[in-house]
Design a binder for this molecule. Structure first.
Ligand code: C5P
Length: 235
């Protein structure tokens, strides 16, 4: 995966998407993340249209179900021509392997299999929730490493994590794995609801393989200028 900067399209309607895309650059130079909100509103037709226009798409649906169901879902998603997609590592190694097999089975001949990225612990999970509700005996950092190792062994291509976790993960899980990081802010930006943030430059230094940026671009007065600035800083 080249060092992409995915713009998170966290919108509840298509018009806002097209308004933003009009302002951003060439589709072939633009990477987009479609999450659950937009997908559940506009569905596969919008994803197909974006792929057809030449955008690189990260489809972030965070699959988590029994292996057979995840296999079938991944097989369908692979037909869309997206660049990468997500599952929850907490679904277990059998489910992760099934997702990978589904992506391979569903990818049309001659096309590239979408990269499979595993979400470890969501950044909304605190140490207290991990201990008291998930009954996990490991501290957060070790739990994230353990889930990333499981995901890698099961065939995932990488994980979604905080930029602040990448150095440790690279040391313990390896450089032959992707580390895709949200939680990105330019210096001077508002953190919004993100807690563990880094600038694009820091993300590059920590070793992020690709970054995901939403509000700093989508809510900017000049989204194209901010997107270009972030790409330049990250690359
Ligand atoms: O607006 P902002 O830059 O905070 O958006 C970050 C994007 O990355 C959102 O789409 C959010 O859902 C996603 N994300 C995240 N943290 C994770 C996984 C995904 O912020 N651990």
């Amino acid at each position: 995966m080249e060092k992409a900067v995915f713009v998170a399209l966290d919108y509840d309607n298509e018009q806002d998407v097209w308004n933003l895309l009009e302002k951003l650059g060439q589709p072939t130079e633009t990477a987009l993340k479609v999450g659950m909100e937009l997908f559940y509103h506009s569905g596969i037709n919008l994803v197909k249209e974006l792929v057809q226009r030449g955008y690189k798409i990260f489809l972030d649906l965070k699959l988590h179900d029994i292996p057979n169901t995840v296999y079938g879902a991944a097989k369908q998603l692979a037909k869309l021509g997206v660049n990468c997609t997500t599952i929850h590592a907490l679904g277990g190694s059998e489910m992760i392997s099934a997702a990978k097999e589904g992506l391979i089975a569903g990818t049309p001949t001659g096309q590239t299999v979408p990269k499979l990225l595993a979400v470890t612990e969501l950044t909304s999970i605190s140490n207290t929730i991990l201990r008291d509700e998930q009954n996990c005996v490991l501290p957060m950092a070790e739990q994230v490493v353990s889930l990333a190792q499981t995901a890698k062994k099961a065939g995932a291509d990488g994980v979604i994590c905080s930029p602040l976790e990448v150095e440790n993960l690279r040391a313990k899980v390896g450089d032959d794995f992707l580390y895709v990081t949200p939680g990105i802010r330019l210096s001077g930006n508002h953190a919004d609801d993100q807690k563990r943030i880094a600038t694009p430059q820091k993300a590059r230094e920590y070793g992020s393989s690709a970054i995901v940026v939403g509000r700093p671009i989508t809510q900017a007065k000049d989204p194209a200028q901010v997107y270009a600035e972030i790409k330049k800083e990250f690359n």
